[in-house]
Design a protein around this ligand. Structure first.
Ligand SMILES: Cc1cc2nc3c(=O)[nH]c(=O)nc-3n(C[C@H](O)[C@H](O)[C@H](O)COP(=O)(O)O)c2cc1C
Ligand code: SF4
Length: 476
């Protein structure tokens, strides 16, 4: 027991983020993206030349399912779909002894605004995605894989179906894969373009042919998921990491990126690499792969080319749309799970949305509230009514008809929406809106006629990094 403890301390203290170059540039590390620039890398013949399926063969012929799970646990890889749950731990929740069939549902819905990393993987290296799925299926005893791809991604669907047909023909999918006892089938299921179908249980309902209404948890999908059977649900990028973890070992992956904080049991670290993206008011939007450690500012300046001509950056939402905003002064923070939480935001999907000084924050809030109001599935009153109500208030403020009382009303709405619903869509609406309102309050006040001092200090703005409920408003 004691030996185990000191071993984990040792790996926890290891720090191996790649060195910046002489010019200060943070380097790319191409593991997931190794085939992105290779011509026809999505075809089996080309992918195989670059090692596709050799790690599946290694696992099937020399490792037990439990050993595969152990490697993934050792790697400390965390889910790349937004919540950052440890993948190996999730897999170990799937019951081994059960009479029911087990399923893997790959979350390829990629419905988060500003997020396009999974699309790149599916379009440019679909065999890596399929190999990751097969490794997960082998480890967890799954014989049917459903890949749930959003309707707006026709090329992803085409490339994945192409990969499935090619793999089946080559004996890499179907009955007795590579001559072993492992048999598994894969199918692409197309969504109809609803944000809520990216939420894992909404996705299961949709897969079963019903409305994408999230389910109350527990039971969790690992125990009762698709068709009432044990189901693993993972994001595309998460499973695309598994082949290289099997190739080099979990410790190799764990030694990359940002180590866990031994003094904080909740800071599980950010191991490995991550596809990170940029969109919005930026010179060169795009997607790159880095070992965790690059800061938000480095990503924007070194890879995004900085602000548009004549503009300055005002705010950044680091992880899709659903995370609290960072101001221009807060960008020297690593793009990592724990580091971003520490400054009151979150990694989310790791694809940042940049806003410059031409962006009207009231309009931005109206736009964000409209998105969530439109995408709410309507099951929970705080979400169904609250998102529309917030949108109406932002529209009113934008039109010049708002008063400072509207800002208090919004704070009360945030409290009555966050954490009070079946799924996290409602929280995802509150986080960016509340942080924008607190950090850019002067822009809201400036639109209120008769308000003489738009920069007046406000009690809600005292701790702009706080994301928890404001006690003063809660007491009202
Ligand atoms: C409203 C909402 C939308 C979501 N959309 C996606 C999505 O498009 N893709 C995704 O992988 N996860 C999405 N998630 C997270 C999933 O519910 C789930 O946590 C994830 O697929 C688990 O995979 P991972 O552990 O590999 O990250 C969403 C969650 C919520 C609340
Ligand atoms: S929080 Fe919103 S989207 Fe999620 S289940 Fe409730 S109403 Fe539906």
């Amino acid at each position: 027991m004691a030996a185990k403890k000191s071993a984990s301390k040792k790996s926890a203290s290891k720090k191996s983020s790649p060195k910046r170059g002489d010019d200060g540039r943070y380097p790319e590390t191409k593991i997931l993206s190794a085939l992105f620039d290779v011509k026809d890398g999505w075809k089996l013949a080309v992918a195989k030349k670059h090692g596709a399926y050799k790690n599946l063969e290694k696992a099937l012929k020399s490792m037990s399912p439990a050993e595969v799970i152990d490697e993934v646990k050792t790697s400390r890889v965390r889910g790349r779909g937004g919540a950052g749950f440890p993948t190996g731990v999730k897999w170990s929740f799937v019951p081994t002894e059960t009479d029911k069939p087990k399923y893997l549902v790959l979350n390829a819905d990629e419905s988060e605004p500003g997020t396009f990393k999974d699309r790149w993987l599916m379009e440019l290296d679909p065999h890596l995605v399929l190999e990751g799925c097969l490794l997960c299926a082998y480890a967890t005893g799954v014989s049917t894989i459903y890949i749930y791809v959003r309707g707006e991604y026709p090329l992803s669907q085409e490339r994945l179906w192409g990969a499935i047909h090619e793999a089946r023909k080559a004996g890499l999918l179907g009955d007795k894969i590579m001559g072993t006892d492992f048999s598994c089938e894969a199918y692409v299921h197309t969504g109809a373009g609803a944000y809520i179908c990216g939420e894992e249980t909404g996705m299961l309902e949709s897969l079963e042919g019903k409305r994408g209404h999230p389910r109350i948890k527990p039971p969790f999908p690992a125990v009762e998921g698709a068709f009432g059977c044990p189901t693993v649900i993972n994001n595309v990028e998460t499973l695309a990491h598994v082949p290289s973890i099997i190739e080099h070992g979990g410790q190799w992956f764990a030694d990359m990126g940002i180590a866990p904080d031994p003094d904080n049991p909740r800071a599980l670290g950010s191991s490995g690499t991550k596809l990170m993206g940029l969109s919005g008011d930026i010179k060169t939007p795009g997607c790159w792969e880095f070992e965790f450690g690059i800061t938000v500012r480095e990503l924007i300046e070194q890879y995004g080319g900085g602000a548009l001509e004549g503009r300055t950056i005002k705010a950044v939402i680091p992880g899709g749309l659903s995370m609290p905003v960072l101001t221009a002064d807060e960008l020297d923070v690593p793009m990592g799970f724990d580091a971003l939480v520490k400054v009151g935001s979150g990694l989310g999907t790791g694809t940042a949305i940049v806003m410059d000084d031409a962006c009207d924050m009231v309009e931005a809030c109206e736009n964000i509230a409209h998105f969530f109001a439109d995408e709410s599935c309507g099951q929970c009153t705080p979400c169904r009514e609250g998102c529309h109500w917030m949108e109406k208030i932002f529209t009113r403020i934008k039109a010049g008809d708002g008063t400072p009382a509207d800002l208090d009303l919004l704070e009360r709405l945030f409290i009555n929406i966050e954490g009070r619903t079946i799924c996290a869509l409602a929280d995802a609406a509150v986080w960016p809106l509340r942080s924008i309102l607190r950090k850019f309050r002067h822009e809201f006040l400036a639109k209120m006629p008769g308000h003489t001092d738009p920069h007046e200090k406000d009690p809600h703005a005292e701790d702009p990094k706080a994301s928890s409920e404001p006690a003063a408003v809660g007491a009202n």
